[in-house]
Design a protein around this ligand. Sequence first.
Ligand code: PRP
Length: 230
Amino acid sequence: MILENETKATTNTAKTNNNMRYLTFALCKGRLAKKTLELLEQIGITCEEIKDKDSRKLIFVNEELKLRFFLAKGPDVPTYVEYGAADIGVVGRDTIMEEGRKVYEVLDLGFGKCRMCVCGPHSSKELLQHHERIRVASKYPKIAKDYFYNQKHQTVDIIKLNGSVELGPIVGLSDVIVDIVETGSTLRENGLEVLEEICPLSARMIVNQVSLKMEAERIKEILQALKNIM
Ligand code: PRP
C-alpha cells in the first residue's frame, strides 16, 4: 500500500515536471554571464553545456529544473525580457537605463560595480559649471540626455559613439564624455578625469512583467535563494 502511494506520488511529480514550462534566462555575454552562472551554481542551478567554449549552440538547457539559458549582446537582453522571449535577464544597470524597456528590475546582484560619469580634461570642468552649450560624446545618448536636460537643465549636443569613447575629447570631437568608469585607468592613461558622477552601476536581474505573475512561485524562489547567499 505504501509502495503504491509512493509510486503515485513519483508519477505525479514526473507529470508536473514534464508539463512545467521552461523558465528562460537571457544572460549578457562575457564577464557578467560568467559571474551570473557562478552565482546560480551556488544556489544549485547548474548548466554544464553552457561551459563548453567550443560549442556553437545558442540555447542551453537544464532538463531537470526545466530551465533554459542563452547568451545575448547586453542591449538585447532587456528586449528579450520585455517581449517574454526570456523570463529573466541579467545585464548592467547602464544598459537597463539606456534601453528603457518595460521590465521589472528585481535584484542588484552586487557584481560588475562601476559608475556612470561625465569625464573629460580638467579644463572642461568650467564648461560644466557655467552651463555652456557643450558637445558630449557617449555610447549612452539617452542617459547623457536625461542627465544634462532633466537633471542639470543644461542644453548640450550629444554625439553617439560605439566604443573607445575616451577618444572624443582627445581628438577634439567633444568637450566631455558620458561613460562607465570602473578602475579609472583608461581615463588616467589618456589624461582625462571624472568631472561629475551620474550614478552607481552594477549587474541587475530583470524579469518579464507577465512572467513575474504567471511564474511567481518559481521566480520568487530563485530570488530568495540568491538573496540568502548574497
Ligand atoms: C569601458 C568603458 C571605459 C572603460 C572603463 O570600455 O567604456 O572605456 O571600460 O574601465 P576602467 O575605468 O577600468 O578603465 P570597454 O572596455 O567596455 O570598451 P569600449 O571602450 O569599446 O566600450
